[in-house]
Design a protein around this ligand. Structure first.
Ligand code: NAP
Length: 305
């Protein structure tokens, strides 16, 4: 079968023919229809993710995918051949950038009837991160104001919608056509980070969701109210700076929330949340999808089909 693999860290991911994976007793074999790329894939390729996950090489990339169950392991009772699923594979094993992927049955949730495989694949890491960084980590509440940096990206397009639907006032940073996208998704105010210094126009917000890191994160401390909360997905915040500004700050890790995917998919359907797709790239043009991922310019999610 076709797959996208690396053999050593910092390798460019390459297309390779490999055998279809065997299915362990607690796994299902999925015929993959769509796979989303995440910045995590780039961290797997660079070797950075190996500090957090037990990765062994060579590795077929791809954590987030959707498709149809082709085979079930002997101990799997919750899935049948032909079921449509979304999978969130562990970064240590990945496997979704291939024609078939073997994943633990527990890593799958049902793909709703109303949803395409492309939309389903786009959800796991991005939506789990958006939801749980806002509500489990930052404890955002109705009536509060949240500044979301990178409101037009994979996580940001979910975060803007989740925060707005929860009754928060949303300020989002973006640039170019990302500004209009963030506004259309519900942002009350959008700021072009390439021309406006957000610290000069944003003051006393309750929550900052930092999806960028670096200087953007450091300057975000000054726009929080006393007692405000900063949550970053991109870089561990400076605890001393948080203390001296009288705010709390924490780093978010999505992996611990993977078991909540089922509930989140249902709420995306019920709340009519739009799954924003940057582009759908055919498997044989994987390099184009990869180039788009590492450019850091995506509007929503990049999908390989
Ligand atoms: N810790 C975790 O568990 C976890 C989970 C998911 C994601 N993450 C991290 O969270 C970050 C965001 O992930 P993602 O999937 O949303 O990435 P993404 O889709 O690649 O983000 C791309 C977006 O970022 C915007 N952007 C870049 N620099 C910006 C800036 N200075 N200000 C405002 N917008 C900016 C780009 O807009 P322009 O094109 O206009 O520049 C683009 O729309 C990444 O660092 C990722 O590694 C961490």
């Amino acid at each position: 079968m076709k797959s996208i693999r690396i053999h050593t860290y910092n390798d460019k991911p390459v297309a390779e023919q490999i055998p279809t994976p065997a299915v362990a007793k607690d796994q299902v074999l999925v015929q993959v229809q769509a796979t989303a790329l995440n910045p995590l894939d780039a961290l797997v390729v660079s070797g950075v993710a190996a500090q957090f996950f037990a990765i062994s090489l060579p590795l077929t990339l791809g954590t987030d995918f959707a498709g149809v169950i082709e085979k079930v392991g002997s101990e799997v009772s919750q899935w049948r051949v032909g079921d449509r699923i979304i999978a969130c594979a562990d970064a240590s094993t990945c496997g979704g950038l291939a024609e078939f992927a073997a994943v633990p049955a527990s890593a799958c949730v049902a793909l709703p009837q109303s949803m395409s495989a492309i939309e389903g694949a786009a959800i796991p890491i991005a939506a789990l991160t958006a939801w749980h960084s806002l509500f489990s980590s930052a404890r955002l509440k109705a009536g509060e104001t949240v500044l979301i940096h990178a409101g037009a990206g994979g996580v940001g397009t979910f975060a803007v919608q989740f925060a707005k639907k929860a009754g928060a006032r949303v300020i989002a940073t973006a640039s170019g056509d990302g500004l209009e996208l963030a506004r259309r998704l519900g942002a009350d105010e959008v700021l072009d980070y390439t021309s406006v210094d957000f610290t000069s126009v944003v003051h006393n917000v309750d929550v900052v969701l930092d999806l960028v890191g670096g200087e953007t994160q450091q300057r975000s401390f000054e726009v929080l109210r006393k007692g405000g909360r900063l949550v970053s997905t991109a870089m561990p915040p400076d605890a001393h700076m948080a203390e001296s500004c009288g705010v709390t700050a924490s780093m978010f890790y999505a992996a611990q929330y993977a078991s909540q995917l089922d509930k989140l998919v249902s709420s995306i359907v019920e709340q009519g949340v739009e799954v924003v797709i940057d582009r759908v790239v055919p498997f044989d043009a994987f390099d184009d999808a990869w180039e788009r991922l590492v450019s850091g310019r995506a509007r929503g999610k990049i999908i390989v089909q």
